[in-house]
Design a protein around this ligand. Structure first.
Ligand SMILES: [Zn+2]
Length: 273
């Protein structure tokens, strides 16, 4: 029975109609391999068309979200979509927003609800299955801004002690100042002017080999750690229980010693008779 299926499958693969058969190598095993992998290759072709690092774009977004947006919100300033830091100018934003993360080992695709064990697998899934949802127009790659935004500091990389390159420091500073000028033009009002000054201090001034100022010198988002909140609530709930238990235990101990004394006294009184 299995042999019939194999023959039918071989006939299907060797039928002259599909173009890819003629283009493949003459070896039978190669043809079979092509037959099974052609779909995958077609999907990878699309993934390879995008030359923008998803990982570095994510790091750039993390920097923007933690070290810039809290201050922009505080000023109630609306970033123009001409600014490269605007969420619309991140080609991966929509896909990143469709990542449902329940746990470190549980990732779910918001488009098709498929589950994954690790973030790298859901990333591959997005590249292969939902590549058509990428907003891959020119200038939409946040990873290109990583030099200006100090992405390496928020990525899980081994700390590197590299010698400062004056040429790349100048290049990054120039890119950084261009971002400050386009996103927060000094002629755009008081808030824009203040944010322009802030942006230079927070990101641009650190692009120097003299080591004067550190990046993110104005600080970032303050987050309450969920773990500490849970521990604090548990301690507050368990403390009264603990003291209640100690109180009842001591009370019980006191009562039992009193009872013992009473019994021994009664015993002593009974003895002479
Ligand atoms: Zn999906």
């Amino acid at each position: 029975m299995g042999n019939y299926f194999l023959i039918a499958f071989l006939l299907l693969c060797f039928s002259p109609s599909p173009n890819w058969i003629q283009a493949s190598s003459p070896g039978q095993s190669q043809d079979l391999e092509d037959c099974t992998h052609i779909r995958k290759n077609q999907q990878h072709e699309h993934a390879n068309e995008v030359h923008c690092s998803r990982e570095r774009s994510r790091a750039a977004w993390k920097v923007i979200d933690e070290y810039l947006m809290p201050f922009v919100e505080k000023e109630k300033y609306q970033i123009s979509n001409k600014c490269r830091l605007h969420p619309d100018n991140d080609m991966f934003r929509d896909q990143e927003l469709h990542k449902i993360n329940h746990d470190v080992n549980e990732w779910r695709c918001g488009y098709c609800k498929k589950s994954f064990y690790a973030e790298k697998y859901i990333d591959k899934h997005f590249d292969n299955r939902h590549y058509h949802l990428l907003n891959a127009t020119e200038g939409n790659c946040l990873a290109y801004l990583c030099g200006a935004l100090h992405c390496d500091l928020v990525m899980d990389l081994q700390p590197r002690k590299t010698k400062c390159n004056p040429a790349s420091a100048v290049r990054n500073r120039h890119l950084c100042e261009t971002l400050a000028d386009t996103c927060f033009p000094v002629t755009g009002g008081l808030s824009a002017s203040r944010l322009h000054e802030f942006f230079l201090h927070q990101f641009c001034n650190a692009h120097s080999c003299s080591g004067g100022q550190k990046p993110f010198s104005r600080g970032g988002k303050t987050r309450t750690n969920a773990f500490y909140v849970v521990i604090s609530v548990l301690v507050l709930m368990l403390l009264p229980l603990f003291y209640g238990f100690v109180y009842l235990y001591q009370r019980g101990l006191k009562m039992s010693t009193q009872d013992l004394r009473r019994i021994s006294r009664a015993g002593r009184k009974k003895k002479p008779s």
